[in-house]
Design a protein around this ligand. Sequence first.
Ligand code: ADP
Ligand code: MG
Length: 138
Amino acid sequence: MQRTLSIVKPDGVGKQIIGKVISMFEEKGIKVIGMRMLSLTREKAKGFYRVHKDRPFFDSLTDFMSSGPVVVMVLEGEDVINRVRGIMGATDPKKADKGTIRNMFASDIEKNIVHGSDSPENAATEISYFFSEMDING
Ligand code: ADP
Ligand code: MG
């Protein structure tokens, strides 16, 4: 069993598709084992995306991520890191496969509805950024 962190970003919350996003994971047998709604401060958003701090889109991305509430989730399942990324689709919705979350709901490469960790190491770091072991019901 593997765990990953997913986030319904402020655009997904604003579009009122929190439930749709979660359904797309649950329909594939992926379990939600931790979940919380919160608002990121700009500092907390910058900390979360610190690996991208030298990218040209960093300020815009962290402004966007702190522009409204998000839903953070711990997901569990077999090969869940790769499977969640597959269900999300490519970062740029124009390149995302048909039927993926980003293909169906995202408006652009920045406002792309959903986050999913990209490796076991990053999943562990990102989960602990939002959750203590007591908040996780795996
Ligand atoms: P992913 O979320 O697919 O793992 P990255 O880790 O590369 O993508 O980027 C993190 C987030 O930064 C993306 O989900 C998106 O919101 C934003 N982003 C990535 N590339 C760009 C870009 N070229 N312009 C604007 N925003 C971007
Ligand atoms: Mg990423």
